[in-house]
Design a protein. Sequence first.
Length: 133
Amino acid sequence: MTSLYLLDTCAWLDVFIAPQKLRPEVRAIINQQSLFSIADITLLEVARKAQVGDLILDATIERWFEIALPPRRSRILPITTPIAIESSRLPEPFHKDPADRLIVATARIHGLTIITSDLKILDYPHVRSLASR
C-alpha cells in the first residue's frame, strides 16, 4: 500500500468534520486512495486545539483519533532525524511555524503531495501541494 498524499492539519480535520468544505477533486482523491499519511505533529496540533477549546469535537479526543485514523487507511509519519534536519534547512523564504515546517519537511522526505488550505504552503514552490478547499 502506497500513500501519495499527506493531509495537513486543516485538511485532515475537514475530511472527518466538514467534508463538504473539501474541493470535489480532493474528496475523490480521499475516496480513491487506499492510504493517506499524517505527520505526527498534526496529532499534537489537533489534541492541543481540542484541549484549549479552539476545536469542538463530538467525541473525546481518544475516540476521535480512533475514528479519524482508520488502521488500514492511515499512516502516521514520525519526526525522524532527516525530517528534523530538513525542517531546519528548508529553502527560504518560508514561514517559521515549526508545525508547518515539519509537515513540509515530512512531505519532502517521503515524496508526498500535501493536501492543504494553508496559502503559505500552497505558495511554497519547494513542495508539491494541492488545495483542499
